[in-house]
Design a protein around this ligand. Structure first.
Ligand code: SF4
Ligand code: SF4
Length: 414
């Protein structure tokens, strides 16, 4: 795709990077078939190929109309189009760059929502206090807000692990939302790792990975957070030390730090070293024998369970780890049910369910119907946003797959 860059942008390295991505698109339109917003809205401009044309116009005019910008705002950044593109167009990177160049203001209510999400969610204490207050006042809160308040979590029966003296150690990222909304996830990981004789370390006052702000077009604030986290994680690095992420939305962002921070010359080398040491918890556990079948082999009589797996976009399209979860949960007593359209987003997509509630709700409903079709006992996923969004639309228990694994391992041991 030939692009005549606007004279005011021509010397910008990030614009040149965008132009080279645009050049790789051959307009075939294969990507439209896997785009959730194109499927729902049926408008070429709400599909990847149409958005690519809008971004081309943005680079040529150094401006975008409000109406055109709304098509870009409606993109989930799920990167399903990237997985299906025969030309390897890096659409996710392209729209990230475009969002940093857009000067036109979105509608006021969109900006207000964006501001509150960016200011509240990454601040752990403030977010935690608001969630607690929200749960207490739930009957008084309008439904449109109440549905975004994470429900109270039952205490887990997974034993708490105190610091032990195992032979290998990892640093577990606890995540800003996950740590408050579903604390059993980190407790389950600590239990599983301890049973593998792995020490779990934490980063004090971990903070946010910057994804939230970056994907809400607040690039400078997001990059500042990323740089801070790179420096703190880099201090922790030593041989054979892995940084483990269990929220695939955070994991994909940290793995992408070398791309996002490539023009931050003071930090790029450290960002690369940090990214090279980051693993999703599933990648890390795959290095060990299957915990569940190993325990089951000892002669357990566990009850048969039907499980539906939802692989988040950030795991399958963002990290190219679409087949990670099932092998780790494989056991005699587990039956995986078929789930159609597994490549399509559940509508959560970071803050999307708040920013674009109508489209998000429709996608979630479709995803829940697909997951529930064969009547599973449990739905498992790998990202806090998907977990909360799916649970808010389903009566079936929705868990992070590590919670499910820890529960099963504990049961088969007893
Ligand atoms: S992004 Fe890829 S699949 Fe979509 S139109 Fe361009 S080349 Fe074709
Ligand atoms: S990232 Fe997802 S929503 Fe956005 S254009 Fe690609 S497939 Fe469509």
């Amino acid at each position: 795709m030939q692009t005549k860059i606007h004279p005011s942008l021509i010397d910008s390295p990030i614009v040149q990077e965008a132009e080279s991505i645009l050049r790789s698109c051959v307009h075939c339109g294969f990507c439209n078939a896997v785009c959730p917003t194109y499927q729902i809205l049926g408008d070429e401009l709400d599909g990847p190929r149409g958005r690519i044309y809008l971004i081309k116009n943005l680079l040529e005019d150094n401006a975008i109309a409000i109406e055109a910008n709304q098509h870009l705002d409606r993109c989930l950044t799920c990167r399903s189009c990237e997985t299906s593109c025969p030309s390897g167009v890096q659409y996710g990177r392209l729209i990230d760059i475009a969002r940093g160049l857009i000067k036109v203001k979105s509608p006021w209510f969109y900006r207000v929502k964006s501001y509150f999400i960016r200011k509240i969610v990454p601040q752990r204490h403030l977010f935690s206090t608001l969630v607690t207050l929200g749960r207490l006042c739930l009957p008084l809160i309008p439904h449109v807000l109440a549905k975004h308040i994470p429900p109270r979590v039952q205490p887990s029966n997974i034993p708490m692990v105190s610091k032990s003296d195992n032979c290998e150690g990892v640093l577990l990222l606890t995540g800003c939302v996950q740590n408050i909304a579903t604390p059993n996830v980190n407790q389950s990981i600590a239990y599983l790792l301890d049973s593998l004789k792995v020490d779990v370390n934490y980063l004090e006052n971990e903070g946010c990975c910057g994804a939230l702000e970056y994907h809400l077009s607040a690039h400078d604030a997001g990059i500042e957070k990323m740089k801070k986290l790179v420096l703190r994680l880099h201090e922790q690095l030593h041989d054979n030390f892995w940084i483990i992420s269990s929220a695939s939305g955070c994991g994909v962002t940290i793995k992408d730090y070398p791309t996002i921070l490539q023009y931050e010359t003071d930090i790029i080398a450290k960002a690369q070293e940090v990214a090279d040491r980051v693993l999703d918890i599933g990648e890390y556990l795959s290095r060990f024998p299957n915990l569940l079948s190993a325990n089951e082999a000892e002669g357990c009589q566990a009850e048969k369970l039907k499980v539906a797996v939802h692989t988040p976009c950030t795991l399958q399209h963002g990290q190219n780890l679409s087949e990670l979860i099932k092998p780790l949960l494989r056991a005699e007593h587990i039956e995986f049910v078929d789930v159609k359209e597994g490549h399509i987003c559940c509508g959560s997509a970071g803050s999307y369910s708040i920013m674009q509630p109508e489209i998000s709700a429709e996608l979630t409903q479709r995803k829940v119907s697909a997951l529930e079709l064969h009547k599973p006992d449990t739905i498992v996923t790998a990202n806090i946003g998907c977990q909360l969004t799916l649970q808010s639309h389903s009566d079936v228990r929705v868990m992070h797959w590590v919670e499910f694994l820890a529960e099963q391992v504990l049961m088969t041991k007893n």
